[in-house]
Write a new protein. Sequence first.
Length: 269
Amino acid sequence: MNSSAHSPTASATQPLAAATPAVISVSPTSGSTAGGTTVVVTGTGFTGATAVRFGATQAPSFTVISDTQITATTPLGTGTVQVTVTTPIGISNQFVTYTYVTTPAPVLSSVSPVSGPSAGGTTVTLTGTGFTGATAVRFGATSASFVVNSATQITATAPAGSGTVQVTVTGPGGTSNGVPFTYTTAPVPTLTSVTPTSGPSAGGTTVTLTGTGFTGATAVRFGATSASFVVNSATQITATAPAGSGTVQVTVTGPGGTSNGVPFTYTTA
């Protein structure tokens, strides 16, 4: 009898053994020595993870988003350390590093406007300190596109969302405190006309804005310049034109977003 007929062989129907986890990248790659930075760990084999470590120190909290992504909070630490993920199968490679820095974490003071449509797209100005080198702006857990204007100001575009979420800024020193931003289902204002359509460059012209969705308006702008205004009704606003030059677009911002623009021309006569 051929004994080889009884030797074990691989079968195409046998399940493959789970692989040891592998860490490919972390983002951000640095944060405050005080810990508390939210770090996204990307790799493979994360299902069932039992620990995420920064060096020899276990992260105080982490969430397995998927087999390829984990969100972890950094512990206290110093210097450059290896980031590893432990699962019942084993411990990941030790080739991806995270650097602790003494740069202070950003501080977020305010966001303006404080609300916008659930579809996203609202231009939001973030004010605070420590924004230089910012690596992420998040509305809740969702990343937003942004531009760092200065160490104290960022312009971000709100992503789609719902409810009230915390806006945060992540930089080399860690992640800032959160400031709330509320997604609304209110309609975006629509601007039909402005009367008169021109006024002196010195400003001061009383302008009547006609349209829809003006209830709760938070800003009227002539170009990039804010104007004082009174909401008379859902369809009418009275504004005082600020100083300016040339032809600018008048817009109304409300809980649902920012309206279309209607031109207003500054005259020198």
